[in-house]
Design a protein around this ligand. Structure first.
Ligand code: SF4
Length: 321
């Protein structure tokens, strides 16, 4: 966590619903609030379909918010259009999960990286732009000769590095990393995470790091929020969350992470996630984890738990607390 804590992004009561014909409303993000401080990495974790990617895409403006507000440097960016949207896009970029699908196969790496510079009128002049492309390739661990090649000539890890260089091309300050390592081989994942950490230190970046697995965000995040079916269920500093998980869902997720020591791993208690996952369509009041929670009581089926600060900025949404 940076020493001077100034809020870069403030998300308040954000909702993103999708209308499904003849079924109703899919409540992908439902009343989610959190702040991200300048210079920190904020991890957002949850199983596939929990709404974390929708949350990231709504923040960056790819989906219009249903309600709630998003503020960036204190300015309301919830429904930006025209020059204001341009202002925000220059500051905030996204790195996508699938480095195969997110790069145009018909463009050279140099053109892919230059696209953002052109859109924002940065580094005008061929020589200046070429020089900047080469700098960016070096920054992400690629060679300047790579600028003339096409995406299919690269490995998955290298393509993700190209995606990172493309995001950096407009000199952003905030990057949403949407599962940037999930599609990569385990051996490459650590390299990409270390690259993101190095870039953050060198360029003073702020990250929203989205992942489906708590072990993936442990190494990089200052604070971690856990999401379940559209709700935030727990939020704490990374160390605190990993050492004292409070929400039954977080506890189950953490118990499933393998420990590299075989002796400890054999003795470890894994908390199984049993029961049916509820539907995010037309949700009724109550805890959305109740169908899988070993501690569920009557109140859990009637009243939606709200996120409460239990001290030391450790927030949890559960009727047990
Ligand atoms: Fe379990 Fe109830 Fe807490 Fe939900 S509110 S996690 S069902 S104890």
């Amino acid at each position: 966590m940076p020493e001077t804590k100034s809020k870069l992004l403030q998300v308040e009561h954000l909702k993103k619903y999708f209308t499904i014909r003849k079924k109703g409303r899919l409540m992908a993000v439902d009343d989610v609030s959190f702040d991200i401080y300048r210079g920190e990495t904020f991890g957002l974790v949850g199983e596939s379909g929990c709404g974390k990617t929708t949350c990231g895409r709504t923040i960056i403006g790819l989906y219009p918010a249903t309600s709630g507000s998003i503020r960036y440097e204190g300015k309301d960016i919830t429904h930006l259009t025209g020059p204001q949207a341009h202002w925000f896009k220059k500051r905030a970029q996204m790195i996508f999960q699938d480095p195969y699908a997110s790069l145009n196969p018909r463009m050279t790496v140099g053109d892919i990286i230059a696209e953002g510079m052109e859109n924002f009128g940065l580094y005008p002049g061929v020589k200046q732009r070429q020089q900047r492309i080469q700098e960016l390739l070096g920054l992400v661990g690629l060679n300047k000769e790579h600028a003339n090649r096409f995406p299919h000539e690269f490995s998955g890890g290298q393509r993700q590095r190209i995606g990172i260089a493309r995001a950096l091309a407009v000199d952003p300050e905030f990057i949403i990393c949407d599962e940037p390592i999930s599609a990569l081989d385990v051996s490459i994942q650590a390299q990409v995470v270390n690259l993101l950490i190095k870039l953050q230190q060198e360029l003073g970046l702020t990250y929203l790091f989205i992942a489906h697995d708590l072990s993936m965000v442990k190494h990089i995040s200052d604070r971690v929020a856990v999401m379940y079916m559209g709700h935030l269920v727990e939020l704490a500093a990374s160390e605190e969350l990993y050492s004292h998980p409070l929400h039954p869902y977080t506890q189950a997720l953490l118990s499933a992470i393998p420990i590299p020591d075989p002796q400890i791993e054999r003795q470890k208690e894994v908390l199984p996630l049993e029961g049916e996952v509820g539907s995010p369509i037309n949700c009724q009041p109550g805890c959305r984890f109740a169908s899988r929670c070993p501690h569920a009581m009557e109140r859990c089926h009637q009243e939606t738990p709200v996120l409460k600060d239990l001290g030391q900025a450790h927030l949890v949404a559960c009727h047990l607390f």
